[in-house]
Ligand binder design. Sequence first.
Ligand code: NDP
Length: 245
Amino acid sequence: MFKDKVALVTGGSRGIGFEIARTLASHGAQIAIIYAGSDEAAENACKLISLEGRCKAYKCDVSDFENSGKTVEAVISDFGRVDILVNNAGITRDKLIMQMSEQDFDDCINVNLKGAFNFIKHLSRRFLKQRSGRIINISSVVGLMGNAGQINYASSKAGIIGLTKSAAKELAPRGITCNAVAPGYIETYMTAALSEEIRAGFVEAIPLKRAGSPADVAAAVLFLASDAAGYITGQVLKVDGGMYI
Ligand code: NDP
């Protein structure tokens, strides 16, 4: 499906991002993954993805505008092009408003929202020139419905939706699509810290009565990156088992 295509996946070293990268690779894409700090996880992820196709890992804090630009240039120099950008890197800093620091708020906005802007910005010239490109931003249902204790995270994920729709309108005339995927409750490292009781509460609230898996999210990204989704742009695809209908 993606022969000769190159996909750049931020936060591709574990969790949902890893599954997205591996799935795209299993359909023929060459993969560049971006990670923040865990060299070992990134190395292991790349080894596993390499079983499907070429993969290289790049260490870069996506919230750093300048380094994001340098990383995009490094990827283009190594792979020759980028066709698919998946802005998946994300963090949580959950606290109630009364306990939340300015830093907690800024960190979420800078990584989750500005990080996506940085990579779109640095790749947009390329995409415009090649008159093609697929951008898929990972939002969250929390960005649509809000969540107590996540004012920072929910704001960043709601921001991703505005960013997606604006980029979609701006880039569409050159054949570039930009969509968002909004996962619900997905079992990953990010959610592993939750207590059994909180998890059970989440699952109870999901009509399909199960937590989602990274593979559920990867399947949606695969579709949006494929030719089959060529006439879809500016959309938010929820992958949440019906959690927010
Ligand atoms: P994980 O915590 O499992 O993985 C996060 C990934 O992002 C890692 O590869 C990490 O790299 C990378 N990363 C974190 N901060 C930065 C940064 N500043 N610069 C570059 N890379 C960074 O997260 P999930 O797989 O659970 O989540 C992936 C995405 O899906 C996120 O955007 C999240 O908000 C979203 N999401 C997740 C849901 C869930 O239930 N899990 C639900 C809805 C949305 P490193 O290991 O090096 O730090």
